[in-house]
Design a protein around this ligand. Sequence first.
Ligand SMILES: NC(=O)c1ccc[n+]([C@@H]2O[C@H](COP(=O)([O-])OP(=O)(O)OC[C@H]3O[C@@H](n4cnc5c(N)ncnc54)[C@H](OP(=O)(O)O)[C@@H]3O)[C@@H](O)[C@H]2O)c1
Length: 236
Amino acid sequence: MEHVVITGANRGIGLALATVFAQNGAFVHACCRRPSDATELNALAESTGQVDIHGLDVTSDESIQQAVQAIGSEVKQVDLLINNAGVNNQPGTRGLEQLSRLTLNTMIDNNATSALIVTQALYPLLKASAHPRVAMISSQIGAMSWVEPSRGYKGYGYAMSKAAMNMAARVLASELSGAGFTVVTIHPGWVRTDMGGDDADISPEESAAGIHRLLTTLTPAANGGFFKWNGEAHPW
Ligand SMILES: NC(=O)c1ccc[n+]([C@@H]2O[C@H](COP(=O)([O-])OP(=O)(O)OC[C@H]3O[C@@H](n4cnc5c(N)ncnc54)[C@H](OP(=O)(O)O)[C@@H]3O)[C@@H](O)[C@H]2O)c1
């Protein structure tokens, strides 16, 4: 059975990913900041028997160590890590006149640095898998090709953090290419979640179904790739 770790699994895309993986035979180590408040995730664990829930704030080294220790006490290997936890629209990260060093760095820490540190902490368990995979749930907004000057976009913190996440994935793919890892970056679509809002294009379930298909059919040739939720290549 495949063991999958998902961060930010209590709501939105993360919850939908936990659901589709658990319902399709994987065992999900679902991580979230406050397990006791994660009503839907607890219900999923109850109904499937395929989900363990772990407390994890991805910005806290102590929390990461505790979660990884707990997972490592249950399993000998992790086959797939999905770095999904993320934030957007933090005050002080949009518009040149609103920016501050602290708010920008907090956003980059949340969305990019933390995903890499979580990956580092899980590396020993991932290495033990016969087919280790790491997925970064990034965004089209991290792509140079999306932020064209004519777009008038001004979400510095989100765009910078997701561009940094994309590069973290590329460097990981490069470092680990000889070790049998497949590392990919994924744009999940514009999704109807708390972050994406009600007007977004697709439901969390549609996004998660596409990502599940992509991640369960990945070949090593995909290492270092940037994909849309539906499996199409995404331009950098
Ligand atoms: N929705 C979209 O249209 C869209 C588009 C492109 C990319 N994305 C990306 O997709 C991912 C999921 O987004 P979503 O739409 O599902 O967002 P969401 O509904 O706002 O959910 C965000 C998730 O991330 C968790 N999270 C945030 N900071 C965390 C931290 N420090 N430690 C642990 N968990 C943390 C949240 O936990 P709490 O409940 O504890 O806050 C929540 O589970 C994000 O990386 C986002 O950037 C989304």
